[in-house]
Design a protein around this ligand. Sequence first.
Ligand code: ADP
Ligand code: NA
Length: 332
Amino acid sequence: TFTPRVFSGIKPSGGLTLGNYLGAIKRWVDMQDGAMETLYCSVDLHAITVWQDPATLKKGTREIAAGMLASGIDPETSILFNQSQVPEHTQLGWILNCVARMGWMNRMTQFKDKAGKNAEKVSLGLYAYPSLMAADILLYHATHVPVGEDQKQHVELTRDIAAKFNNDFGVDFFPMTEPVIEGPATRVMNLRDGTKKMSKSGESDMERINMLDDADTIAKKFKKARTDPEGIPESVEGLEGRPEAANLVNIYAGLANSSPQAVVAEYAGAGWGTFKPALAELAVEKLAPISDEMKRLMDDPAEIDRKLARGAQRAREIATPVLERTYDIVGL
Ligand code: ADP
Ligand code: NA
């Protein structure tokens, strides 16, 4: 049996979005106050699987940390750190590369989406990234990984890798990690195209709400968000087959700590001219204090770096014995 422990991370590959906040960070804050030990990470080694400008990447890591801190991650309660400062991630990552099978990687839908027709031209790192993600999780024997929908397949792969390792070496060393995908906003969609997820690396700024957007920008983006001619239905069933409408209701529910049912009940029959400004107002009310605090924290990068260094030290206290034991099991 494994001590319950939570691990999750975010790539510093651009500014934080409302999707990252509702699908991940906000729920990490809730879990931090539970009984489980919590580790949260800026996963910069994952960011470099696609080209990153070095100076922007350094700033991006601090922005991720500032976003977590400003949202309520307490660096004393949780272990908050930057992946590349704990070299054990890469070391375990290599071992898991030798456990994971090519066929498993070939089935990763996110790789297919990201590589597209360009699979010959993308980095080897992008292909192997799910195996490094398994290492991120298994290095801490994490039992629970709170993520958005888009990461479900990767957490399942982590279980496959853990099971094969345990089986190959005849040990019960790595846990069968559970993805924790809960709440109304596990898949926040792009505001311009309801079939794609909102992402920090998406093409147009209008398709996402950034954590650092000001009130006017947030209002403008929701106003321009794609919808359909019908407004808010009488019941949630009326959102079926209407991804853009469902998305705005889900975002509202996520921000209000409510449910789509309750939001629909409150706004039944309302048009978008009523709902969108209400949504914008709610978003500003929730996000403005966070973005103000993020800006304040980012004015003192040395202080963020100190917090991350301290977190990395604490993370290594857990990681070092796990890696040593792994080496021993493998015969290294
Ligand atoms: P991005 O796609 O924005 O680069 P990451 O890969 O860094 O996001 O993911 C960080 C966390 O945020 C993960 O737990 C992921 O599932 C979650 N997440 C990212 N985008 C969304 C979204 N649109 N809706 C819900 N959760 C999301
Ligand atoms: Na905790």
